[in-house]
Ligand binder design. Structure first.
Ligand SMILES: Cc1cc2nc3c(=O)[nH]c(=O)nc-3n(C[C@H](O)[C@H](O)[C@H](O)COP(=O)(O)OP(=O)(O)OC[C@H]3O[C@@H](n4cnc5c(N)ncnc54)[C@H](O)[C@@H]3O)c2cc1C
Ligand SMILES: NC(=O)c1ccc[n+]([C@@H]2O[C@H](COP(=O)([O-])OP(=O)(O)OC[C@H]3O[C@@H](n4cnc5c(N)ncnc54)[C@H](O)[C@@H]3O)[C@@H](O)[C@H]2O)c1
Length: 454
């Protein structure tokens, strides 16, 4: 593979080889552009190395552990065993290495020049690599993503963040998870299922702000039933060492018991420092995200940004879709922009929780309360009933108007992660409740509850 640019002149320079940068580089090359890609770390960025992919692997291991726990209740004469983490991680990392190899092959095949270096902007057409090499192009794409942020409190460095979680080789016996968003909920669920005793410290009064309230409440109850302790309205003031572990000090002066580890899942910061943005005049917002319009153009002509470096939803498919549409406009004559409404998303909790469209509260605010009609299916999935475990599923449809147009679908329960995608297509096509009711159910499944809702 060519790792030193043969020429310093390109059509496009992409800074960052994560989800957005790779997608942009590949699509531009398909249109015939000469592309250079700068990535100092592992190809695939957050998603492949410390995000979606290793997280999903751990989630799958946790799901197997949970099923094994049910097995004796159902009549299998087996005792659940603890996961051998180092062995599982060999499988996980082999899978990830397969993705790296596939990217390297595709970059070679597309003739994209990969420079394994950090870079910053010198002017709107010039990028300087950390070894001093300067590259020039008519168009620059910034896709440098973000990184986990710790709270600004004394002792914060005694805790770990999601990047560190993927270095773990065993489940800590007792762990505090600070935060109530996607990562906190996902990693708390994984750790509890894999044998840790998990306590969540949440600043607000609910998990998962922005998700539908009722469904969040049911997920919270399911988590509690599976043994996760959840403490709301927690205001942490410090982390302190305690006999080889840590304890948490609250703003009211009280201290927690000892934990083997504290995991901060308190949000992410965009990687916009030391990129030369101010010098070139690329505007950022108050959080440090690069400001872009719907065409992903920055304040400087010819300089674009996609993915977590912008204020768009921090999801891999959003970064990829934005980058592809951008390159189709720049090199393919397309005018299409990414529609940021009705983006489906799944929290890989236990059970998983997916949503597309408006929550009930958002629908009431947008359409007026009288126009909103809500339908729910609360049920115990068959496996849970057979094994007599208490966790319940909750599916919810939010509809508006006389014709009951479906504007929100919220699914929390077994297989919700896989069920949602098809219904997201339907919602985007503007279906009504009647369309769902006219669709024959698939029985016996959880999914059928969506078309049987009254
Ligand atoms: C724990 C976790 C779980 C997640 N799970 C999911 C999920 O299940 N589904 C989902 O859709 N999303 C998930 N996400 C979010 C998803 O990973 C991100 O939205 C996505 O990776 C953003 O892609 P990006 O290209 O914008 O940035 P990144 O993937 O972060 O890539 C940015 C790249 O830029 C490089 N870079 C930074 N600075 C420079 C520089 N100066 N020069 C050159 N290169 C530079 C970095 O090394 C990095 O490789 C998860 C995130 C985390 C942290
Ligand atoms: N399944 C998925 O698609 C998936 C999974 C993981 C992450 N992601 C993406 O990554 C993004 C980042 O995830 P995240 O969980 O880090 O962020 P988040 O914004 O979802 O949650 C951050 C949480 O930390 C809390 N918090 C912030 N500062 C705090 C402080 N000082 N003390 C205590 N609590 C504090 C917030 O109240 C919130 O509950 C998500 O918004 C999502 O877009 C997606």
């Amino acid at each position: 593979m060519n790792t030193r640019p043969a020429t310093s002149e390109f059509d496009l320079i992409v800074i960052g080889g994560g989800s957005g940068g790779l997608a942009g580089a590949f699509r531009a090359a398909e249109h015939g552009a000469r592309v250079a890609l700068l990535e100092p770390h592992l190809l695939g960025g957050t998603c492949v190395n410390v995000g979606c992919v290793p997280k999903k692997a751990m989630w799958l291991a946790a799901e197997v552990a949970a099923k094994m726990k049910l097995a004796p209740t159902l009549g299998f004469p087996v005792q659940p065993a603890a996961l051998n983490w180092p062995e599982f991680i060999v499988h996980r990392e082999r899978y990830i290495e397969g993705i790296h190899s596939s990217y390297r092959r595709r970059l070679d095949a597309a003739g994209i020049v990969l420079a394994p270096m950090r870079a910053h902007l010198v002017d709107s057409r010039t990028v300087e690599c950390e070894n001093g090499t300067r590259l020039r192009a008519r168009h620059l794409l910034i896709a440098t993503g973000g990184r986990p942020e710790r709270p600004d409190i004394p002792g914060a460095d005694l805790g770990v963040v999601s990047d560190d979680f993927f270095q773990w080789r065993a489940a800590p016996a007792r762990v505090a998870v600070v935060g109530g968003g996607y990562i906190a909920v996902e990693l708390a669920g994984v750790l509890q299922a894999l044998g840790s005793r998990v306590e969540m410290y949440v600043r607000g009064s609910h998990l998962l702000r922005g998700f539908d309230h009722d469904v969040v409440e049911q997920l919270t109850e399911d988590y509690r039933q599976s043994g996760v302790r959840i403490c709301f309205d927690q205001h942490l003031a410090a982390v302190e060492p305690d006999s080889g572990g840590v304890r948490l000090r609250s703003a009211d002066g009280s201290a927690s018991d000892r934990y083997d580890a504290v995991l901060f899942a308190t949000g992410r910061r965009p990687n916009s420092e030391r990129l030369g943005l101010e010098a070139v005049g690329v505007a950022t917002d108050a959080d440090g995200c690069i400001a872009v319009n719907e065409r992903h153009e920055t304040s400087v002509e010819g300089v674009y940004a996609v993915g977590d470096i912008t204020a768009n939803a921090q999801l891999t498919p959003v970064a990829i879709a934005a980058a592809r549409r951008l390159m189709d406009r720049v090199y393919g004559g397309s005018q299409a922009v990414l529609d940021q409404r009705d983006i489906p998303t799944v929290v890989f909790s236990h059970p998983p929780f997916g949503q597309v469209g408006l929550t009930e509260a958002d629908a009431r605010a947008e359409h007026g309360s009288e126009a909103v009609h809500v339908y729910r299916a609360a049920f115990r999935p068959m496996l849970n009933a057979l094994a007599d475990v208490p966790q319940r599923s909750l599916f919810k449809l939010v509809c508006v108007g006389e014709d009951r147009r479906v504007v929100g679908i919220h699914l929390m329960g077994e297989a919700a992660d896989e069920i949602l995608q098809g219904f997201a297509v339907a919602l985007k096509r503007g279906i009504t409740l009647q369309d769902l009711r006219e669709t024959v159910a698939i029985h016996p499944t959880s999914a059928e509850e969506v078309v049987l809702m009254r």
